[in-house]
Design a protein around this ligand. Structure first.
Ligand code: EPZ
Length: 446
């Protein structure tokens, strides 16, 4: 039987992309991976069924389906993009070892499992290509809420006789830690206050779902989230927001290829930082009845970019923007402040002809946590540079789309491996790109 983890370890196919065609037409953006996978975990907080709509058909969702089923939940696809999770009973407090290093979702199951069965054994998420990604904030918060945390080499074991509310100050507004605390606090005894919380749109969307389940959560000014614990939560139905990373990817693709694309389902409110950057570089946008249209408005020119926590510029938009900047006239500077090691992918772009130099200094705006720590977290991009098609190997999900984009812009044909990373987060990328005129086909591995 093929498990979710098998799907992570091998490519199903390669992509063969011939560049030079402007992308034109329309594309429908899927539901937000980074909201839905968390909402599926939130469904563990109730014995009643939870229905989630706008769920993308991606490997990452399949993985979470497998995890929930292993814990004893019933998970059914009730439509092409609709899922029903019913966690009437929890059969297992330990998530299987095969999920070690799988993704960031298992660590979010600690709170729900502590409430349902008093303990959880969760395989560690591991580091990855973009930075160390520790989970110290998650574990410290659970300790403050009354959990005993036993750290093992490849797993973490938590147990409690009852979680209690606490005042938790996050050293940095971590998305995952904020979600973890919210999921633990909704059924805890008393009130929890998260200071310096992350307020990304995906978190707010999950909070909206939890509110429909009966949770009491207030998002206050100054990054404070206040959660008043309730005794029980009920089932609900929720339609998740669309994926602002996928929307941004197609927006950048339209501008980079000199095309024009209506991104159906794109929401301006989730994309304001991206739209500002596109505007500075030479991209235009217009509201349409179904979403937003993106196009190249003028010759592209250099711009400076600094990623940040929401409402700043999302780190997951950095890679398509860097690719776009290789086609812009002048020297652009990009300062990555969320992950210390998120420019590794640029080496392969250099081999295609891009002129990108990395720097350990904080080159745009205020200095960040990585100042004076010898991390190459700024990039200087000189353009415009013609790119030449070549063999590319995707190192992680978001770099993956930048490579696809590079191949669409390049002269000649590129063969891309590591497509399993891209397909963790993008639904039917080949179908969507070919429908807009991209010359993209799949090819057998090997
Ligand atoms: C989420 O990761 C997303 N992943 C990421 O998207 C996204 O880039 C990131 O948020 C920022 O928006 C999911 O939602 C599954 P963080 P997360 O905790 O929650 C440090 C994608 O491709 N930190 O906000 O893991 C951490 O090292 C992915 O879809 C600690 O030091 O990100 C990082 O520097 C890539 N200790 C910073 O905080 C902790 O305990 C922000 O990480 C937790 C985090």
């Amino acid at each position: 039987m093929s498990t979710g983890t098998d799907a992570m370890s091998a490519d199903r196919h390669l992509y063969r992309i011939t560049g030079g065609m402007p992308l034109k037409g329309e594309v429908k953006v899927s539901g937000a991976k980074n909201a839905i996978t968390k909402q599926m975990v939130a469904a563990l907080l109730t014995e009643e069924p939870v229905r989630i709509a706008n769920v993308p058909r991606i490997v990452e969702v399949d993985l979470v389906v497998g995890m929930l089923q292993q814990l004893g939940a019933t998970v059914d696809w009730t439509g092409r993009h609709e899922i029903r999770v019913e966690a009437g009973t929890i059969a297992d407090s330990g998530l299987a070892e095969r999920y070690t290093g799988a993704n960031r979702i298992p660590i979010l199951m600690m709170g729900p499992l502590l409430h349902r069965v008093g303990e959880a054994v969760i395989p560690l998420p591991g580091g990855c290509q973009i930075g160390k990604r520790p989970i110290d904030y998650h574990l410290d918060a659970l300790r403050q809420m009354g959990a005993e945390v036993i750290e093992q080499p490849t797993a973490v074991h938590v147990r409690t006789t009852g979680l209690v509310g606490a005042h938790i100050e996050l050293a940095f507004p971590s998305v995952g830690a904020t979600e973890n605390i919210v999921l633990a606090a909704v059924l805890a005894r008393g009130t929890t206050v998260i200071h310096n919380a992350a307020i990304e749109p995906e978190i707010i969307d999950t909070i909206l779902m939890l509110q429909k389940m009966g949770a009491l959560i207030e998002v206050q000014t100054d990054r404070r989230i206040v959660i008043e614990g309730v005794k029980r939560l009920r089932g609900t139905g929720h339609t998740a927001i669309t994926d602002r990373v996928e929307a941004a990817s197609f927006a950048a693709a339209a501008v980079a290829t000199g095309g024009s694309v209506e991104v159906i389902g794109a929401r301006q409110t989730d994309l304001t930082g991206l739209i500002n950057s596109l505007h500075r570089i030479g991209g235009g946008f217009a509201e349409t009845p179904r979403g937003l249209a993106f196009y190249r408005a003028r010759d592209l020119t250099a711009a400076n970019i600094r990623t940040d926590v929401h409402p700043g510029l999302l780190t997951d938009w950095q890679q398509p923007l860097v690719l776009l900047l290789t086609q812009a006239k002048g020297a652009s500077i990009v300062h990555e402040t969320i992950y210390e090691d998120r420019f590794g992918y640029t080496e392969q772009l250099r081999q295609m002809g891009a002129r990108i130099e990395l720097n350990t200094a904080c080159l745009v705006g205020d200095s960040c946590r990585f100042a004076n720590r010898d991390h190459a977290h700024s990039a200087v991009v000189n353009g415009p540079t013609p790119l030449t098609g070549r063999d590319l190997e995707i190192p992680d999900l978001r770099a993956g789309f930048a490579f696809v984009l590079a191949a669409l812009v390049a002269e000649g044909t590129s063969t891309i491996s590591g497509t399993r990373y891209l397909e963790r987060g993008y639904e039917d990328p080949v179908g969507k790109l070919t429908a807009m005129g991209g010359q993209v086909e799949t090819a057998p591995v090997g």
